[in-house]
Write a protein that binds this ligand. Structure first.
Ligand code: SAM
Length: 250
């Protein structure tokens, strides 16, 4: 008999931005599996009877397999991910592994959507992602930098807004500098940028800057960087991108 695996997007951090469906999937699970920091985000939902499997960064595949095996053995499992599990989260990797199982051994798998960091950051800044936007991860762990740069160049030239995930770590600083240089080249120094750090978490800091004035030292792995598109403009205290408006920037 197989069980159920919920792949759960927990939202950007604060419990009030977690959906009721996500909370229910975690509260009703017999086993909760996740990277340690994400398990910490659901501490308020966990009961003494639940088994918790805390994983480490970089072992996503192992975590996916572990959750699938437990569910295939009959357990109700919640595999937790931050933000939306389908946006640089655990969903694709886990579904791909699930598809490799024989249909009879495959547990029921449900993906529970969540609020992604870019959406939460945009809401604080105004509505800079209302017109078209793209999400790009600058992490080169699973993809070569050349490929990331190729995508970034095409997007920079397109004029749409870009949310940069996994932008810069203490070890990996060069990629972010390259990304900013590519964006400046295509969009000029005045292009508005939002640096959103720890959105909806304690210590939240959301700052407006420009491509030319951006201080990389303010950017960490807990920052999502929103690079405004060509229709973005100031509207009072807000940054907004009005679809159909004339392009403000070349
Ligand atoms: C592995 S990705 C996970 C993204 C997540 N699945 C989502 O939809 O938001 C981790 C990156 O998301 C961004 N991020 C996630 N939560 C954030 C938050 N609360 N504030 C700022 N950035 C966040 C950061 O860029 C971080 O390096």
């Amino acid at each position: 008999m197989t069980g159920t695996l919920h792949i759960v997007g927990l939202g950007p951090g604060g419990a009030e931005h977690r959906t009721p469906a996500a909370a229910r999937a975690v509260a009703e699970a017999e086993v909760v599996v996740g990277y340690g920091a994400y398990v910490d985000m659901v501490e308020d939902l966990l009961g003494a009877a639940q088994r918790v499997v805390r994983g480490v960064m970089g072992e996503e595949e192992r975590r996916a397999d572990e959750a699938l095996v437990l569910a295939a053995e009959g357990a109700r499992v919640a595999l937790v991910s931050s933000g939306d599990a389908g946006v640089h989260g655990m969903a694709a990797r886990t579904l791909a592994r699930a598809a490799e199982l024989d249909a009879g051994e495959r547990p029921e798998v449900v993906v529970v959507p969540g609020v992604s960091a870019a959406q939460a950051a945009a809401a604080v800044a105004g509505a800079p992602l209302t017109d078209d936007f793209a999400v790009v991860s600058l992490s080169d762990i699973h993809m070569s930098w050349d490929r990331i740069e190729h995508r970034l160049r095409a997007l920079a030239a397109s004029g749409i807004a870009i949310a940069l995930y996994n932008p810069r770590s203490s070890r990996r600083t060069e990629g972010f500098d390259r990304a900013v240089a590519i964006l400046r080249e295509a969009r000029g120094d005045d292009g508005p940028v939002v640096l959103a750090h720890d959105v909806t978490r304690p210590g939240e800091a959301v700052r407006r800057t420009t491509l030319g004035a951006l201080d990389p030292e303010r950017v960490t792995m807990r920052t999502v960087v929103l690079v405004a598109g060509d229709t973005a403009r100031d509207a009072g205290p807000w940054l907004v991108a009005v679809r159909g408006a004339a392009a403000v920037r070349a």
